[in-house]
Design a protein around this ligand. Structure first.
Ligand code: KG4
Ligand code: ZN
Length: 346
C-alpha cells in the first residue's frame, strides 16, 4: 500500500503525518503557540520562522514513530492553502523538496479537506454522501460532501464575517483569557451557568439564510454586556458558558437543519471548534434525536495536525488522482472546491 507523507503549516502548528491505506502510521506536531500568546494572536512571520525550524525535525519524528525511512515514502501531500501566506509557503516548499529528492509525486491539498479527511483515520471511509460542518479559526462552513477525492464540494452556507473559532478567540480576549481562546473558554465554562445570559443565536430567524453563519454580532453582544456591567466584576465563567452555549446551539441547529433538508443520514463535525466539549455534546444529543449518525474526530485530530493532510493525500493516491506539478503555487485564500487546491480538470 502506498505510504503518504503529509505536511501541514498553514497557521501556528507544524504537523507531519504518515498514512497508508486509511491508517495513521505515525505523526508529530510542533507549535509556536506560546510565541504568539503575548501578542494575543498568531504573528505570521513568527509562525513562518518556527515552521522553518520545526518541519525537518517533525518529518524525522513522524518517520521514527511510524518505524519507516525516507525510502518507504510513495507520495507527499502538503497544505497549499488556505492559511497565512508565509506559513503555507514553508510547508509547501518542504513538500516539494521531499517529493523532488525522493522522486515521488506531490499533492498540494486544501487545508479544510484535511479537516474532513482526518476522520477516516478513526472511523473508516466516509459514506457516499454526508453533510459536513467545518468549524475552525478561519472558516465556518456547512458542506455537502460526496467522494472527497473525486467530487466537487458543495457549499450550503459559510460565515458572512467571523469564523466560530475567531469568535472564541476574540471573546476570550474580552474576558482576559489567554490565547488560544477556544480551549480557555471551554475550560472555564465548566464552572459557569450556560443559562446565566441569553446571548443572540445569529442568523436563526425564519427569514435568515438557513445555513449561513455570522459570529461578529455575537462577539459584539458579549462586549456590550461586559461594558454594561462594567461597575461590577465580570462573572467570567458565566459569560464564557453563555457565549459557548450560543455558539454550540447555533452551529448544531443549522447542521441538523442541513441534514434534514438534504436527507443526509451522516453529519461530519470537524475543525478546531469541534474539539469543544459543549459543541460535541450538543451535536451528539441533537444527532441522536434526529436519527443522524454523528462522526467527530478525537479532539487532538480536530485542531490542525499533519495526519489530516496525509489522510487527504492517501485518499487522492488511492483514487488514482493525478498529482500536481512542482511549480504549484500556494493560495492563501483558496475556497474549498475539492481535496486538491488546484482542480486539474478545469
Ligand atoms: O482548525 P484549527 O486548529 O485551525 C484553523 O484551521 O483555523 O482551529 C483553531 C481554532 C481556534 O480559533 C481555537 O480557539 C479553536 O479552534 N479551538 C476551540 C477549542 N480548541 C480549539 N474552540 C472552542 N473550544 C475548544 N476546545
Ligand atoms: Zn485548521
Amino acid at each position: 500500500m502506498p505510504v503518504v507523507l503529509g505536511i501541514e503549516t498553514s497557521c501556528d502548528e507544524t504537523g507531519v503525518g504518515i498514512v497508508a491505506d486509511g491508517v495513521l502510521l505515525g505523526d508529530a506536531l510542533a507549535t509556536s503557540m506560546d510565541e504568539h500568546a503575548r501578542f494575543g494572536g498568531v504573528v505570521p512571520e513568527i509562525a513562518a520562522r518556527a515552521h522553518l525550524h520545526a518541519v525537518t525535525p517533525m518529518v524525522r519524528h513522524a518517520l521514527d514513530r511510524a518505524g519507516i525511512g525516507f525510502g518507504d515514502i510513495d507520495a507527499v501531500a502538503a497544505t497549499a492553502g488556505p492559511g497565512l501566506a508565509t506559513a503555507v509557503q514553508v510547508g509547501l516548499a518542504a513538500g516539494k523538496a521531499y517529493a523532488l529528492a525522493l522522486g515521488v509525486p506531490l499533492y498540494g491539498v486544501h487545508h479544510l479537506a484535511g479537516h474532513a479527511a482526518v476522520d477516516t483515520l478513526e472511523h473508516g471511509p466516509l459514506p457516499d454522501r454526508c453533510v459536513a460542518l467545518i468549524v475552525s479559526g478561519g472558516h465556518t462552513s456547512l458542506l455537502l460532501l460526496g467522494d472527497l477525492a473525486r467530487d466537487p464540494v458543495i457549499h450550503l452556507g459559510d460565515t458572512a464575517d467571523d469564523a466560530a473559532g475567531e469568535a472564541f478567540d476574540k471573546v476570550a480576549r474580552l474576558l482576559g483569557l489567554p490565547y488560544p481562546g477556544g480551549p480557555a473558554i471551554d475550560r472555564i465554562a465548566q464552572d459557569g451557568n450556560p443559562d446565566a445570559i441569553t446571548f443572540p443565536r445569529p442568523m436563526t430567524s425564519p427569514h435568515d439564510p438557513p445555513y449561513q453563519f455570522s459570529f461578529s454580532g455575537l462577539k459584539t453582544a458579549v462586549a456590550r454586556w461586559i461594558e454594561k456591567h462594567g461597575d461590577q466584576p465580570v462573572p467570567v465563567a458565566d459569560v464564557a458558558a453563555s457565549f459557548q452555549e450560543a455558539v454550540a446551539d447555533t452551529l448544531t441547529q443549522k447542521a441538523m437543519a442541513a441534514c434534514r433538508d438534504h436527507h443526509a443520514d451522516t453529519l461530519l463535525l470537524v475543525g478546531g471548534v469541534a474539539a469543544n466539549s459543549r459543541v460535541r455534546h450538543l451535536a451528539e444529543q441533537r444527532a441522536a434525536n434526529a436519527g443522524v449518525r454523528l462522526r467527530v474526530p478525537s479532539p487532538r485530530l480536530c485542531t490542525d495536525n499533519g495526519a489530516m493532510i496525509a489522510a487527504v493525500g492517501d485518499l487522492l493516491v488511492r483514487a488514482n488522482v493525478a498529482p500536481d506539478r512542482l511549480d504549484l503555487s500556494a493560495d492563501p485564500s483558496a475556497v474549498l472546491r475539492g481535496a486538491l487546491l488546484k482542480d486539474h480538470s478545469v
